[in-house]
Design a protein around this ligand. Sequence first.
Ligand code: AMP
Length: 120
Amino acid sequence: MMLMTSPDCLFCRIVRGEIPATIVHSTAKIIAFRDIAPKAPVHVLVIPRDHHADVAALAEADPALAGALLAAVGVVAAGEGIDVSGYRTIFNSGPDGGQEVAHVHAHVLGGAPLGTAIVP
Ligand code: AMP
């Protein structure tokens, strides 16, 4: 299967195996790996293998892949044992959204009560 990856993108480099990551879920289209600087007891990033800049770009270019990404969030939550206790899913977009890596990724956070704050 042809993948659309970007040479200098950090997460594309993880997809290609050029940078190590602790991968917790992997399919032909999606991978999920532990965030290197976890903000909660469970903090996993779920990404499509294909490069799309953010969630809006992904949904516009490939709605089926966007659906697969959302489905993978649930699979990861169950695999991490936080599907019943609950978790938060965050997509940051652009500078004001705090997006540091321009490859769409769902943050899946849980394992403890996260409170109600949306912004720090
Ligand atoms: P965002 O600010 O939404 O773009 O989130 C980027 C996330 O990627 C941050 O939570 C970082 O801690 C995380 N991150 C950066 N480099 C790595 C890496 N090499 N492996 C795993 N997570 C990373």
